[in-house]
Design a protein around this ligand. Structure first.
Ligand SMILES: [Zn+2]
Length: 292
């Protein structure tokens, strides 16, 4: 695992659960990003060895806006200029993070999570809507902190082949992790939560949407965006026609929250339904355009 959100010599701030260290700052004196990653920090003469996910740069600018939408349902909307995705956190018997985003931008997410009372090192699982670098790169870090990883098996298989090209294109690598939670269509039990998994290819071959019946939250990754937009289909394994067919999976679902990989959250059944329908009709125009 590579530690890319803090560096040797950085001034850092503690964002972990140890109350005696809360808010303390110090300097990184050594980074060990091996099997059992650790960071040596000098907190004003007090030398400690800490977990990397409990440290962020001292002046870290929080680019994730936190919204608690319902009991146990958190949305971390990415508001930076650089491309990155939104993250969603679900709380059951344990906590689950969906799509943590780019690894080098995790400092912002960890800081926002700590502000919301969540321990970045305490996740039971990290689930991935699809395998694009701006969604899954940081999953490796949550995995190293002890979280089990869930992805659709077709998506994971595609990353070993054609899908992996996208990582190399952006100068990155497919994260090293064991995928042990199978996000195949049906229902999945994770950390005491029951989620419905829908296979919604088009943006990528193994894209999934996750529906949490208890809160009626629909997490869609890059399939649908608010305001009538939809995922691009020009990456390996993408297809606009197949994406349009995937919209059938939302019929009859009536979600209360639409949580996309990019852009703000949408709340309320009528607004969510309008948003999905306008994306669908815009996509239909693209697929059935006589000029394409
Ligand atoms: Zn994507």
């Amino acid at each position: 695992m590579r530690i890319s959100w803090i560096d040797d010599g950085d001034d850092v701030r503690y964002v972990g659960p140890d109350e005696t260290l809360a808010g303390r700052t110090g300097k990184v004196t050594r980074l060990d990003s091996g099997q059992d990653p650790s960071v040596e920090v000098d907190l004003d003469g007090d030398k400690r060895t800490l977990a990397p996910w409990h440290l962020v740069r001292a002046g870290e600018k929080e680019m994730h806006a936190h919204e608690k939408l319902a009991e146990g349902l958190h949305f971390f909307e990415w508001r930076g200029f650089e491309n990155n995705c939104n993250a969603v956190v679900l709380e059951g018997e344990g906590t689950v993070v969906i799509d943590p985003g780019h690894a080098h931008l995790l400092g912002s997410l960890f800081s926002a999570m700590a502000g919301a009372g969540l321990d970045p090192g305490g996740f039971a699982a990290v689930l991935l809507t699809h395998g694009h670098p701006d969604h899954i790169e940081g999953a490796e870090v949550f995995h190293a902190a002890g979280a089990s990883v869930g992805m659709n098996p077709d998506e994971w298989a595609s990353l070993k082949g054609e899908g992996g090209m996208l990582f190399r294109f952006f100068g990155s690598e497919v994260p090293e992790m064991d995928v042990t939670i199978d996000l195949a269509p049906g229902s999945v039990e994770v950390a005491g939560l029951t989620l419905d998994v829908m296979h919604t290819p088009g943006h990528s071959p193994g894209s999934v949407c996750l529906f949490w019946p208890r809160t009626r939250a629909l997490v869609v990754g890059d399939v649908v965006f608010p305001g009538g937009a939809f995922g691009r289909c020009d990456f390996p394994g993408g297809s606009y026609k197949i994406l349009l067919e995937s919209f059938v999976k939302f019929d009859g679902l009536s979600p209360e929250y639409l949580l996309s990989g990019h852009g703000p959250s949408v709340s309320g059944r009528a607004d969510v339904s309008d948003s999905i329908q306008s994306s669908r009709s815009n996509l239909r125009t693209v697929v059935f355009s006589p000029w394409s």
